[in-house]
Every structure is written in structure tokens, then in C-alpha cells.
Ligand binder design. Sequence first.
Ligand code: ZN
Length: 118
Amino acid sequence: MNNLQKEVYYVDKRILDIIRNDFDLVDKKDWYELYQSKSDASYWRLDSWDKYQQRFFLKLDSKRNWTKFDGNELMMNLLLETRGVSDELCVWKDCKNPALNALAYCVYHAYGEIGIRK
Ligand SMILES: [Zn+2]
């Protein structure tokens, strides 16, 4: 049982321990590693190690085209869930979305334009 209820996680020591204990490495390609859960056979993708980039571990629908899976929506939702929103509006021109906590931008502009991941 791997206890991963969500479909995307920031990679930290806890996640790396879970991967080591509960997953099998299936493939490695294009800066990604493909893992399969020992408990439910689901496929997950891990970003290869990079000291400048936040790494993610995310659940895939299948292993078909696994390196091409678009994880942006999952990663954006994780950013939103982790930060939460404030009472301020995003400062991007004409944007009416709430800004993320401790940031001047909403999740779309923080993620898409500024490149914030966490
Ligand atoms: Zn915005």
C-alpha cells in the first residue's frame, strides 16, 4: 500500500522513500523516469534529478506516450492547493483572478508566466 491519495506530489524525502519501497522502475527517458506501483500497478512519472528544478511525481493514465503526458494542469492544481489564495487580485494586466498567498500573481500567471512551481 503506497498511501498516495493525490495524483501529483512535490518530490521530497518522504516521496523518494515511498518510490524506493513501493514502486518498480520501468523505464527512463527524456529526463523522466517511469515507475509502476507494486500495490495497484498504476504508472507514475518522476522528473529526473535536477538541482535547479522542482521535481514532481505524478500519476499517469497509462504508460502509452508516458514521456508526452501533459502534467501542467496537475502541477498547477498542486501549486494552488499548496499556496492557497489571498484577498488580493492578481497584478497581471486585466487579470481578475485572486492572487496566491504571499504572491502578487494568480495561479495561471504565477505558473504560466513567472514559472513558479511551489
Ligand atoms: Zn493573473
